[in-house]
Write a protein that binds this ligand. Structure first.
Ligand SMILES: Cc1ncc(C[n+]2csc(CCOP(=O)(O)OP(=O)(O)O)c2C)c(N)n1
Length: 624
């Protein structure tokens, strides 16, 4: 049976349809998304929620001339389908395939790359300013979720855009959800707008109404002015945005195409900054996602009929962290946990239930999370801040300026450190060693297995004072790779003794280092394997002692080579008068695209075979 969708490839195709046909098309798009994402995995719930909004945007506006900037960008699947990429959809998030986020290199319809939250209004304002400086004519639209609106950058941008004369449209896609339930005062305010009846939809109407109220005498007029202000606050939705300088339009039912098209047409004609408040339902059209939008926010491949994720057995590093931190908190009331909108992803769900008063979800606000932790630590608490490596990038200055400078005892649980796979370049956590190791007072560790993660957490909370960070990867790892002694500040472990080459490593790369060591053993090459445990302070003496014996050094890390663990070792060796052959193995000075972790490790030569070959090459050079 042919479907409407079969003939839809570009925005002009949907412009020809009647509103009834567009509604039908919406259903077909939903079925398409569910079918494809059930196979590839991806951000399903957010995309199911923006089907009508995306259709309406592409019908009212003239893309790519008009520019749409998708905040975070995880909700851009429908946009991709309608802008020439429907036929490649099964490649989404796969190596060499479509990205799960907007990419300017992928299509002229993607005008700005996103991935990290709350950037869209800033980017849109910049684009609009440049447009006006060049005397060009088109609309610029930022689509931002209520979750993304909790990020500081969004506030900064609204504050600036509101006083700018430039035409700019901000669409607030309000589904009451971040990944989990949205948090904070603004979220409460939005929910009030959604649920309370308002008599006036636009400020002009209310001004006309209020001006009809007569005032007799000067003081009565003054008092009336005050009363009018109060009435306005009571009966006008979105007054906060109006006060910031935006024309507020809404709230609008984000699944009603006619309403959407009307309001977008008005926004298109308006002068200055406009904010359109659109209410949508996350996961709309797929019962499992409607009932559990947090689970279907970013989902692995699943069975459509049952909603069950395929092949998801065994706990992950995040689960192990979440479990252990509960045990730790049982022992000490000062321990509190902080997440920036990722209670589920960081494994803190259990903690939030066990200790609701000691758990803080601060919204998508990594910078605030870190300085908030610094405040807690300065007043006697032991905060554990769990952030993904790539999002911690946001809070570099807060880690340095607010935590480390005051040597405060804040524990950073850096999740998703290293290559993360399908989410691609914006999410790869391969810079944290480089930016954390420069920070004075910082201690940085990386566990090789779950057992080590547990030991390191106990050490960080109970035996350490000052800032300390533990970085661990996405997904699963071994329960116990080695028998390890208690953690001791700055102490590394020689895991295997050898005489031909030193392999120094940290974190999850110990597993591959041991695999390489065994392969070498089969060629009668004996490798000494050192597991550093601490990246900072680095036990360089143990490494030096080893390389003086072997004359060759290979370092392996799940981080960029630039400024990373291996580079630190070489910096230290360069201070001594030692002549050795060395090879640093890590990610190169380029952004790492999306693909499976296994594929990326192979391409970037971090798999056992590639490392083995690199070691052999190095040893030949040594012999030569
Ligand atoms: C700086 C940063 N922190 C965390 C995330 C992870 N993240 C991706 S989407 C999302 C929730 C976004 O909520 P919202 O903007 O309301 O969009 P929705 O998915 O509800 O449509 C979060 C926390 C991120 N992308 N960037």
């Amino acid at each position: 049976m042919t479907q409407l969708l079969d003939n839809i490839n570009f925005p002009e195709d949907i412009k020809k349809l009647s509103i009834e046909q567009v509604k039908e098309l919406g259903d077909e798009i939903r079925a398409f998304l569910i079918e494809k994402v059930s196979k590839t995995g991806g951000h399903l719930a957010s995309n199911l929620g923006v089907v009508e909004l995306t259709l309406a945007l592409h019908r009212v506006f003239d893309t790519p001339k008009d520019k749409i900037i998708w905040d975070v960008g995880h909700q851009s699947y429908v946009h991709k389908m309608l802008t020439g990429r429907k036929d490649k959809f099964e490649t989404i998030r796969k190596l060499g395939g479509l990205s799960g986020f907007p990419k300017t290199k992928e299509s002229e319809y993607d005008v700005f790359n996103t991935g990290h939250s709350s950037t869209s209004v800033s980017a849109a304002l910049g684009i609009a300013k440049a447009r006006d400086m060049k005397n060009e004519k088109y609309s610029v639209i930022a689509v931002i979720g209520d979750g993304a609106l909790t990020g500081g950058m969004a506030f900064e941008a609204l504050n600036d855009a509101g006083r700018s004369p430039n035409n700019l449209i901000v669409i607030l896609n309000d589904n009451e959800m971040s990944i989990s339930k949205n948090v904070g005062g603004l979220s409460r305010y939005l929910s009030k707008i959604r649920t309370e009846p308002f008599y006036f939809k636009v400020k002009e109407d209310i001004d006309i109404f209020l001006n009809k109220i007569p005032a007799i005498g000067k003081s009565a007029a003054k008092a009336l002015g005050r009363v009018k202000g109060t009435i306005k606050y009571m009966i006008m939705p979105g007054i906060i945005f109006e006060e910031l300088g935006f024309k507020y339009l809404g709230p609008i039912d984000g699944h009603n195409l006619l309403e959407l098209e009307n309001v977008l047409t008005r926004a298109k004609k308006a002068k200055g900054p406009v904010l359109v408040h659109v209410c949508t339902q996350k996961g709309k059209g797929y019962t499992y996602a409607e009932e559990n939008p947090a689970v279907y926010h970013g989902i692995s491949p699943f069975e459509i009929e049952t909603g069950e994720v395929i092949a998801n057995s065994g706990p992950s590093y995040s689960d192990m962290f979440g479990k252990e931190i509960i045990d730790i908190a049982e022992k000490d009331k000062r321990v509190v946990a902080i997440t920036a909108a990722m209670p589920h992803g960081t494994g803190l769900d259990g903690f939030s239930k066990r200790f609701p008063d000691r758990f803080f979800d601060v919204g998508i606000a990594e910078q605030h999370a870190v300085t908030f932790a610094a405040g807690l630590a300065s007043n006697g608490m032991v905060p554990v801040v769990a952030l993904y490596s790539s999002f911690l990038q946001r809070a570099y200055d807060q880690v340095l300026h607010d935590v480390a400078l005051q040597n405060l005892h804040v524990v950073f649980a850096i999740d998703r450190a290293g290559i993360v796979g399908e989410d691609g370049e914006t999410h790869q956590g391969i810079y944290d060693i480089s930016f954390m190791r420069h920070i004075p007072n910082m201690t940085l560790l990386a566990p090789c297995d779950y057992n080590e993660l547990r030991k390191m957490l106990w050490y960080a909370v109970f035996e350490h004072d000052g800032p300390i960070a533990i970085r661990y990867p996405r997904g699963k790892g071994p329960e116990k790779l080695l028998d390890t002694p208690p953690v001791k500040m700055g102490q590394s472990l020689i895991v295997k003794e050898g005489k031909d080459v030193t392999i120094a490593t940290i974190g999850n790369k110990l597993e591959v280092a041991l695999e390489v060591q065994q392969k070498l053993e089969r060629l009668n090459i004996s490798a000494e394997v050192i597991y550093s445990r601490f990246i900072k302070p680095l036990d360089v003496n143990t490494i030096l002692g080893s390389v003086l014996k072997t004359g060759a050094l290979v370092t392996i890390e799940d981080n960029a080579m630039e400024g990373g663990y291996g580079s630190r070792i070489l910096e230290m060796i360069s201070q001594k008068d030692i002549n050795i052959r060395s090879k640093v193995i890590g990610y190169p000075d380029s952004f790492i695209p999306h693909g499976s972790i296994r594929e990326l490790q192979h391409i970037y030569r971090l798999d056992a075979d590639s490392i083995y070959n690199d070691v052999l090459k190095l040893l030949n050079k040594k012999r030569g």
